[in-house]
Design a protein around this ligand. Structure first.
Ligand SMILES: Cc1cc2nc3c(=O)[nH]c(=O)nc-3n(C[C@H](O)[C@H](O)[C@H](O)COP(=O)(O)OP(=O)(O)OC[C@H]3O[C@@H](n4cnc5c(N)ncnc54)[C@H](O)[C@@H]3O)c2cc1C
Length: 557
């Protein structure tokens, strides 16, 4: 069922079994598990079917840390969430990402790779991505005789791409719209989470329509799926029962904000530019599907040099002092200055598709020519792991949005360990290029001496700062002393409050987050479905226990 908040009476109370806050990839994936199911599910979405400037403005915030994108520009507030503009780049995390690495403070997931494996398989199905096996198998299928890197030093990784733009758009969610037990409520922004005093349970959430008219949704279980920043904001903002915010007794909510920072790692000086470009710098196609290769330091060198799981691509790029070319300036203008309306999104997608088509036809000849003529160079483009750091954080600022919620203030920080991780990755590349007599790396100046900061480079990517990946602000842990949620994604201290999305990641590796957050959402949904089943069975066994739970007007599901 699809309902707009304007159809709900002021001060109405809606009852359901599962209330999901946010209809992005995470929230939609949790809701889909309940198709069909006897549990009644309400999916609350702040926006409507598409971009609306006054709704998007609810995501505005301020920045007091490293340079970052405008917060309102880095996620989307309408049904389908940020996947309306994402790049679709998908890869699972590596085994090392789950491990507690003694040299990386606060590292280690309370889940093993095996715990997530079945959910990764389902997440791939969600995005229609085949399981291609390890990178070596991908290279073999592509017919690439990749260099025999010493795997202790350098490993090959790869991305697949979701090829379906707008996969989570409202018009593609007919299954949810038609379902009898799921109610999607659009233009319903959750502005408060009401917890019971002393009982460790959430009672209801308050929902506002764009005009500020309020209603309540009461549920047995609540899932926050509002995005990597808004999950923390909602928890911090609910400070009436617990003065520092829900689940924030230990001041961990909002901390450990992580991104995948981008940078220029160095210039590859090589006598074999054709080979390196053909392997690593161009898009490949496998059964009509795009695949890109990248590199990362091997586990042994990470351990030996105390580095991070930082990835990098080899790419033909302008030299550091060059001017940004007109085509890139136009793309950036279109991407960052035009609002993400449906027509503008179509424009970006068309621009990207056409540029890629042209590139694919001209690759690797065009970049090879540019490289040998010296007009451009072959550079290592870092997409780094950021180590978890409690000082890198979001908190509530003093300004409020039009619905009265305090806006977020981002204080993003990168540490010497992050810079060192980038340096270790570049050392591994240099060593392997030399060993295999393929050339050497000229390190970027900012990586030559320890102690400098992170150097962003506007010429390195159309997303020059980082990947728009918001991770860590409600991190998962075994124990409430070191995290906000437990391995079931339940907020410590609460029986019925859960979190879905990349805010739960304890570390971020190099993998783009969406495939992993989908896997975690599928796992959480299974856990919740099990709880709903058990609760329903208990009610059948003891009908008296259920009485009084259905006060208020339930939506006509
Ligand atoms: C330009 C760009 C490119 C990207 N490329 C990639 C990529 O290639 N690969 C990758 O893995 N990731 C990529 N990402 C990141 C990816 O988009 C996110 O990881 C993913 O969309 C997060 O999904 P989510 O459901 O957790 O959050 P979101 O997509 O942010 O969805 C949250 C939803 O909750 C709603 N909401 C928020 N607050 C409230 C509230 N108070 N009440 C009710 N509803 C609320 C929002 O309106 C939104 O619909 C990219 C991001 C950007 C911006």
């Amino acid at each position: 069922v699809l309902i707009d908040s304007s159809e709900i009476d002021r001060d109405d109370t809606i009852d359901c079994d599962v209330c999901i806050v946010g209809a992005g990839a995470a929230g939609i994936t949790v809701a889909r598990r309940f198709l069909p199911h006897r549990a009644r599910v309400v999916l609350l979405e702040s926006g409507g079917a598409d971009f609306e400037p006054h709704i998007q403005a609810l995501a505005q915030g301020s920045n007091e840390g490293l340079p970052y994108y405008d917060l309102a520009d880095s996620r989307l507030r309408f049904f389908g969430g940020t996947t309306a503009i994402w790049g679709g780049r998908s890869t699972p995390m590596d085994d090392i990402d789950f491990r507690a690495r003694p040299w990386v403070p606060h590292s280690g997931w309370p889940l093993s790779p095996g715990d997530l494996a079945p959910w990764y398989a389902q997440a791939r199905q969600t995005l229609e991505l085949p399981d291609l096996g390890p990178a070596e198998a991908v290279c073999a299928k592509l017919g690439i005789a990749a260099p025999p890197f010493d795997r202790d030093r350098l490993r090959i990784g790869f991305w697949q791409f979701d090829q379906q733009p707008g996969r989570f758009a409202l018009e593609r969610c007919d299954d949810l719209r038609r379902s009898a037990n799921v109610a999607i409520i659009t233009h319903a922004t959750v502005t408060h989470i009401q917890a019971a005093r002393g009982s460790g349970a959430v009672l209801h959430v308050e929902v506002a329509d764009p005009g500020g008219q309020r209603a309540r949704v009461r549920a047995r279980y609540f899932v926050l799926a509002a995005g990597g920043l808004e999950n923390a904001r909602l928890m911090l903002h609910a400070a009436d029962v617990q003065p520092h915010g829900l689940g924030n007794d230990r001041d961990l909510v909002g901390r450990f904000f992580m991104e995948h920072p981008h940078a220029r790692g160095g210039r590859v000086v090589t006598s074999e530019p054709w080979k390196l470009l053909r392997w690593f710098a161009v898009a490949h196609w496998l059964d009509g599907r795009r695949v890109s290769l990248c590199l990362r330091p091997g586990e042994a060198i990470q351990e030996h040099r105390q580095g991070l799981n930082t990835s990098f691509a080899l790419a033909c790029r302008q030299h550091p002092d060059d001017a940004l070319p007109l085509a890139a300036r136009l793309y950036r203008y279109a991407r960052h200055r035009l609002p993400p309306s449906r027509s503008n999104r179509r424009l970006w997608i068309a621009l990207k598709r056409n540029m890629r088509r042209l590139q694919t036809r001209a690759d690797p000849l065009r970049p090879w020519l540019q490289t040998v003529l010296g007009r451009r160079g072959l550079y290592a483009v870092l997409r780094a792991e950021q180590a978890p750091d409690p000082a890198s954080r979001v908190r509530l600022g003093e300004d409020r949005d039009s619905l009265g919620m305090r806006r977020l203030c981002l204080d993003w920080r990168l540490s010497e360990l992050d810079r060192h991780g980038a340096r270790v990755a570049m050392e591994a590349l240099d060593a392997e290029l030399r060993r295999l007599r393929l050339g050497r790396l000229e390190f970027a100046p900012w990586l030559r001496e320890p102690g400098g900061g992170w150097e962003f480079d506007p010429l390195i990517s159309s997303h020059p700062i980082a990947g728009f990946h918001h991770m860590g602000t409600t991190r998962m842990a075994h124990h409430c002393a070191s995290g906000v949620i437990d391995p079931d994604c339940r907020v410590f201290g609460f029986d019925n409050l859960y979190v879905a999305g990349s805010s739960v990641f304890p570390t971020g590796g190099w993998a783009n987050p969406t495939l992993t957050l989908l896997a975690l959402s599928l796992r959480l949904a299974e856990h919740l479905a099990g709880r709903c089943e058990r609760a329903a069975t208990a009610v059948l066994d003891d009908p008296g226990a259920a009485r009084g739970r259905t006060r208020g007007a339930a939506p006509d599901l």
